[in-house]
Design a protein. Structure first.
Length: 370
């Protein structure tokens, strides 16, 4: 679902982004690992153009399988390396004059018409890694090297759990709004209590037509202690009632582990329907535009219809949240009650992904006061 494709309930005259007052938001891009694309989207010898974190980047894979991410623009005369550039050995070649830049450190190794390559001729490289079938890059506003690694889900690596589908959404909100939902347990009953049969349009989710079925949620969010202070966990117990009676077949336990600012592992455990994981990645493209992908991996001995149903149900619930995020204002000092204490606790935890220089990102040329 693209921007405006879901959750935009405003009248057409007010549907433009400019009509919104987003509030005094945190810095736009937290420090951490961000999903770039699926590993399968970057075969050996391929070059891909990327636009994320307010940057234009080029991803390429050498013939020996090593993936690299570099700044897209050649420092010579500004040609885009991802548009017509090609992979030569362990380098990416500029389509304009044939300068070749090594993926490992960005150093220019060849200038076809020059006797000598200047030592300072190089392009910026971005630390990247591959895990769980995804290519991720490390962003830090001060250029600090990665301080933690992306965990590999062992069942995916061992191919015990297989890919069963994905959803992709573009959300018009600050990245922090999305994981903050984990600590906002009060919204679960109100937004996600109505049956998924009522859909994702908030105007109709409380229709009496589907009132015979309810989702019941019990959730608890906690940050993890050192050395995993960049992680947090949310334990969710889900039950469903039909005409007021518990429907045990839909009892579900979900353990959601957030790793860094934009990566979540949702582990599903069901007594009869087996086990699996939904990988949620939130990648900032712009300050108020997030690319959110959900990929589900499930036990391969379970019929595919089961994980596809789970993914569809999750998609409906997620799109209810999008309707809120796309239209809400970020409040740095929200009016909270005692039962909302975990929201402030989450904000203190999430603050670790910002640093002093986070507020001086080039995107603020628009005279926005973060």
């Amino acid at each position: 679902r693209g921007p405006g494709g879901v959750g935009d309930l405003r009248a057409p005259a007010f549907a433009a982004r400019r009509s919104r007052r987003p509030g005094a938001r945190p810095p736009p891009y937290p420090n951490g690992w961000d999903r770039v694309l699926d590993s399968a989207q970057l075969p050996p010898g391929a070059v891909r153009s990327l636009a994320l974190l307010g940057e234009q980047l080029a991803a390429f894979r050498t013939q020996d399988g090593q993936a690299h991410v570099v700044d897209a623009y050649c420092p010579h005369l500004g040609a885009n390396l991802a548009v017509g550039g090609r992979v030569v050995g362990d380098c990416i070649e500029c389509p304009f004059h044939g300068w070749q830049f090594r993926g490992e450190d960005g150093k220019c190794t060849i200038i076809p018409y020059a006797e000598k390559v200047p030592d300072f001729a190089k392009v910026r490289t971005w630390p990247c890694c591959e895990a769980n079938g995804m290519l991720l890059l490390w962003y830090h506003c001060e250029g600090t090297s990665p301080t933690w690694a992306v965990p590999q889900q062992p069942q995916i690596a061992a191919e015990e759990w297989v890919f069963r589908g994905q959803t992709e959404h573009f959300v018009e909100a600050h990245i922090q709004e999305i994981p903050e939902n984990a600590a906002d347990t009060a919204h679960l009953a109100f937004v996600h209590g109505p049956a998924i049969l009522s859909g994702s349009d908030l105007r109709y989710t409380k229709s009496k037509l589907w009132d015979f079925m309810k989702h019941v949620w019990k959730a608890e969010w906690q940050p993890e202690p050192e050395p995993n202070q960049h992680c947090s966990r949310m334990l969710i117990q889900h039950t469903a009632t039909v005409f007021g009676k518990r429907f045990s077949l839909l009892d579900l336990t979900v353990s959601a582990r957030q790793v860094g600012p934009g990566l979540v592992f949702l582990i599903f455990e069901h007594a009869f329907l087996g086990h699996g994981v939904i990988l949620q990645t939130v990648t900032p493209l712009e300050p108020l535009l997030q690319n959110v992908v959900h990929k589900i991996y499930y036990q391969k001995n379970v019929p595919a219809i089961i994980p596809k149903f789970i993914l569809r149900a999750e998609c409906i619930q997620f799109e209810r949240d999008i309707a809120i995020w796309n239209n809400k204002q970020y409040l740095p000092k929200p009016l909270l009650v005692r039962e909302d204490a975990s929201i402030q606790k989450h904000r203190r935890w999430y603050a670790q992904f910002y640093s002093e220089k986070s507020t001086r990102h080039p995107v603020q040329k628009e005279s926005l006061d973060w």
